[in-house]
Ligand binder design. Structure first.
Ligand SMILES: NC(=O)c1ccc[n+]([C@@H]2O[C@H](COP(=O)([O-])OP(=O)(O)OC[C@H]3O[C@@H](n4cnc5c(N)ncnc54)[C@H](O)[C@@H]3O)[C@@H](O)[C@H]2O)c1
Ligand SMILES: O=P(O)(O)OC[C@@H](O)[C@@H](O)[C@H](O)[C@H](O)CO
Length: 488
């Protein structure tokens, strides 16, 4: 059987290279690159994407072998109907292996038609690395690579202000565009480049903040044989996502003249302030994911769908959102309740198998950014602990013991997080005092949470209680009685 490439894809087309994309990952290919495909089909956009891998990844070579082509499955509810469709995406012109071919990267910086820069390098990607140098090939950090790219472009066009870029990061961090611009300016300072470059960054380039939403479980490893049979070709880059999508871009309205998303029927739009969209999505959707991962996995379930359809765990998660997350968001509670119901419906998507273990990746930092704010704000607003959120925090700590019954859990997190929690668990002797010490030492670790959580009245003891319950009786018994509506 042949592999997908332009040799077998009759409609293959090449478009001018207008977009530089940092990240070859599943999400960007199922979201941004699909939207560019739609723009090319439905509007006069006429542009393609060049991908650079932010870290060493051989996926870029697979992409080039397939001439940038890959198959996107979109599955779920569309216009009120269940739709399972697949299309070949032809919006990527090529990948540049920045580690092997840095010259190609510099050449791209000097291309007239290049106009947009997008990225998704996870929540860890937008960070300053003081060891990055302008002359590195490449710089280690994503912002370091971007700063060098912009500098080469500035030099090539002698500071021409019509040759700046529109930069739209997709990372799920607060004020992603603003933060990215700050780091670019930090590099300009560190590298002691001419002050005209700084002026050019301000005058010629537009850094937008953006909020993305689409559930993308990624490569369908469990059904790839069936899929290959259905497609009639091999594709190592198949990606599966839901039908729903939302891209909110905080930036000047004139951008839509260049990125004509509105004429293309996409749920992508420009706003002056995306904060409410972000708060709602991160707290409810991502917060629910992060809350369920440890609880549900230790309960014995494996996917998001199984979780929300489960009488006990599903009810627990629904109540957690309604009773403990929604009251911490300063928006209409009716609207938020409707949004939460929509999110739970998306989680029930029968086509999508979203594995809890993939959500559990880097669980501690996700809890810190997505759930801890709700926990702290609930304590502030209500003057008491949010029982369910505290239970999920305890389950998260229990998860890092690395055992589901006899089965080892493949924990994936920052080495510091893994070693701290491993050490704390090794020192827990299974007595009541042992759980108290474990709770106290983990909650007091400011490197994990950015603050000393022992300062929250009652938290250390409650977490110790829950840890003891989870450890001694198992997750099923520990969860018993925690859902208000299931108490008989
Ligand atoms: N998959 C989804 O449903 C979805 C939806 C919305 C947002 N996201 C966000 O996307 C990210 C994951 O993306 P994905 O699902 O495409 O996963 P992926 O593993 O396919 O891609 C991750 C990308 O991030 C890069 N990366 C990872 N750590 C990095 C670091 N420290 N510095 C620079 N680059 C780094 C990788 O090289 C890769 O290009 C997460 O941060 C997630 O919050 C995912
Ligand atoms: O991708 P992660 O691992 O950062 O987070 C897991 C999910 O919460 C996330 O991917 C959501 O599915 C996504 O944010 C929906 O837009």
């Amino acid at each position: 059987m042949k592999t997908l490439s332009k040799d077998i894809y009759q409609q293959y087309k090449q478009y001018p290279e207008k977009i530089l994309q940092f990240g070859e990952g599943n999400f960007l290919r199922a979201f941004v690159d699909w939207q560019i495909e739609v723009l090319n089909k439905k509007t006069s956009f006429n542009g393609s994407v060049v991908i650079v891998q932010p870290r060493g990844s051989e996926k870029i070579h697979r992409l080039n072998k397939q001439n940038g082509l890959y198959t996107l499955y979109q599955q779920g509810v569309k216009d009120g109907k269940e739709v399972n469709e697949h299309n070949v995406i032809n919006s990527i012109s090529r990948g540049i292996d920045i580690f092997a071919n840095y010259e190609d990267y510099i050449d791209l910086a000097g291309k007239e038609e290049l106009r947009f820069i997008v990225s998704n390098t996870t929540e860890a990607g937008i960070a300053f690395d003081p060891s990055d140098r302008l002359e590195d090939r490449p710089q280690k950090s994503f912002p370091g690579k971007l700063s060098a790219f912009l500098y080469y472009r500035f030099k090539k066009f002698n500071g021409d202000t019509s040759k700046g870029c529109i930069i739209i990061p997709c990372e799920l961090i607060e004020e992603n565009g603003k933060r990215l611009k700050e780091i670019v300016l930090q590099y300009a300072d560190l590298w002691e480049v001419e002050s005209e470059f700084v002026d050019w960054i301000h005058q010629a380039n537009t850094f937008c903040c953006s909020l993305v939403d689409r559930i993308v479980p990624g490569f369908p490893k469990n059904s790839i044989d069936e899929i290959t049979k259905e497609l009639g070709y091999m594709d190592q880059l198949v990606v599966v996502g839901e039908q729903y999508h939302l891209w909110v871009i905080q930036g000047p309205k004139w951008i839509k003249n260049e990125l004509p998303v509105e004429g293309a029927g996409l749920n992508t739009f420009f706003v002056d302030d995306l904060t409410p969209y972000r708060t709602r999505k991160v707290k409810i959707l991502n917060g629910a994911h992060t809350s369920m991962a440890a609880v549900s996995y230790l309960y014995g379930l494996n996917t998001v769908g199984e979780t929300v359809n489960h009488e006990i765990v599903g009810t627990f998660i629904k109540e957690l959102i309604e009773e403990e997350i929604i009251p911490t968001i300063a928006m209409s509670s009716e609207e938020l309740t409707l949004y939460a119901a929509e999110v739970l419906d998306r989680f029930r998507n029968p086509y999508i198998h979203h594995y809890l273990m993939s959500i559990a990746l880097n669980g501690v930092s996700k809890f810190k950014t997505r759930n801890l704010p709700s926990l702290l704000e609930y304590v502030d607003v209500k003057g008491k602990l949010p029982t369910k959120l505290v239970f999920t925090l305890s389950a998260l700590i229990a998860f890092y013991k690395g055992k589901r019954g006899e089965e080892e859990i493949n924990l994936e997190d920052h080495p510091v997080v893994l070693s701290v929690l491993k050490d704390r668990w090794e020192n827990c002797d299974g007595t009541r005092e042992g759980y108290s010490q474990l709770s106290f030492s983990v909650l007091g670790d400011e490197e994990l949470w950015g603050t000393d959580l022992n300062l929250i009245a009652g938290l250390t003891d409650t977490v110790a209680d829950y840890l003891e319950r989870i450890e001694k009786n198992g997750m099923k018994a520990a969860l018993d009685g925690l859902s208000t509506s299931l108490i008989k």
